[in-house]
Ligand binder design. Structure first.
Ligand code: TYM
Length: 316
């Protein structure tokens, strides 16, 4: 059985790009694979975080995983910093990764653009290596992610291959897994760029917890140039199951009607998730238990990899 690993940062609220590009695909794969879904809090602290908010957001991501359909009985859900082996393997991988490779990472270039690379944290620069550690620690076969993470999965493959050349059979080579249509959901207010939790305007995204009136307002304001319509048709299709071609044909030249129907489709699609979230909000002890059990469940795998890696490279 193939093993799947993926993760989300608790660095902001979750939007439908995260859902359609990542979580929805995890749910679809859940019965055919062995699944490990992580809440990557160590990645979140590569940019400043407010401790209390971070703590709340870690639990929020766990709730979102479950509310979207990840079943803790079928899949393991845990918090990255609860397993120290991620940091430990991250350090070892650092020593087999070149500054040049990390300098080519598009996300680092994007994220460090505002303040300049010199005032970005070393953690932000090193972020892909910790992500490689997450993936390689569990001998992952498949990494279901959105398009923006593809380059990071590729560097994990490069590091694994490099180390396998030197120390035979150390790591499984992972592969990124993407659904072409939803790998890159674009911003509603700017369809040239991906939908992003760090976007300047709230009209960029639809959050999983957005109320129906907010969803209607945001869709009403969405840009409807060619790229914008394409993106809205993809969103419609992912929630309704209709093909984008049929949707575009049905609503050709009728943008206002299209937007009205689309808002309805999204509201309907998110309703069961929101209702499950409200249920989970009332049961924080359950979430704590899922996370604690999850970290224990992956412990033997993580410990085994670390001990093999240390032995092979001459440590310990
Ligand atoms: P993060 O937290 O930025 O995003 C979580 C997931 O959502 C996908 N995504 C999108 N997909 C489609 N359209 C969008 N507009 C969109 N925005 C975000 C992302 O591609 C991702 O799959 N580095 C990762 C977290 C991570 C990880 C890992 C993932 C850490 N370790 C190991 C896989 C395996 C990140 O920051 O994702």
């Amino acid at each position: 059985m193939k093993r799947i690993f993926s993760g989300i940062q608790p660095s902001g609220e979750m939007h439908i790009g995260n859902y359609l590009g990542a979580i929805k695909n995890w749910v679809d794969l859940q019965n055919d694979c062995e699944n490990i879904f992580c809440i990557v809090d160590l990645h979140a602290i590569t940019v400043p975080q407010e401790p209390k908010i971070l703590k709340r957001r870690i639990r929020e991501i766990a709730k979102i995983y479950i509310a979207c359909g990840i079943d803790p009985k079928k899949s393991t859900i845990f918090v990255q910093s609860d397993r120290p082996e991620h940091s430990e393997l991250g350090w070892i991988l650092n020593c087999f990764t070149y500054v040049g490779e990390l300098s080519r990472m598009i996300q680092f270039k994007d994220k460090s653009e505002k303040g300049g690379a010199d005032s970005s944290t070393v953690g932000l620069f090193d972020y892909p290596v910790l992500m490689a550690a997450d993936i390689l620690l569990y001998h992952t076969n498949l990494v279901p992610v959105g398009e923006d993470q593809k380059q990071h999965v590729e560097i994990a493959r490069d590091i694994a291959k490099r180390m396998n050349n030197k120390f035979k059979g150390l790591f499984t080579i992972p592969e990124p897994l993407m659904k072409k249509e939803t790998a890159r959901i674009m911003g509603l207010d700017n369809p040239q760029k991906k939908m992003s939790k760090s976007a300047a305007s709230e009209y960029n995204y639809i959050m999983l917890r957005d109320e129906p009136e907010i969803i209607e307002k945001k869709i009403k304001k969405a840009v409807t140039d060619e790229k914008g319509i394409d993106n809205l048709a993809v969103i419609h299709s992912s929630f309704s199951g209709k093909s984008t071609a049929d949707i575009k044909k049905e609503f050709a030249g009728r943008n206002a009607d299209f937007k009205k129907e689309l808002a309805g489709v999204i509201i309907e699609g998110l309703a069961p998730i929101q209702s499950k979230l409200r249920e989970l909000d009332k049961n924080p002890a359950y979430i704590e238990k899922v996370l604690k059990d999850g970290a224990e469940k992956v412990r033997p795998l993580a410990e085994k990899t670390i001990s093999e890696v240390k032995k092979k490279i001459g440590l310990g």
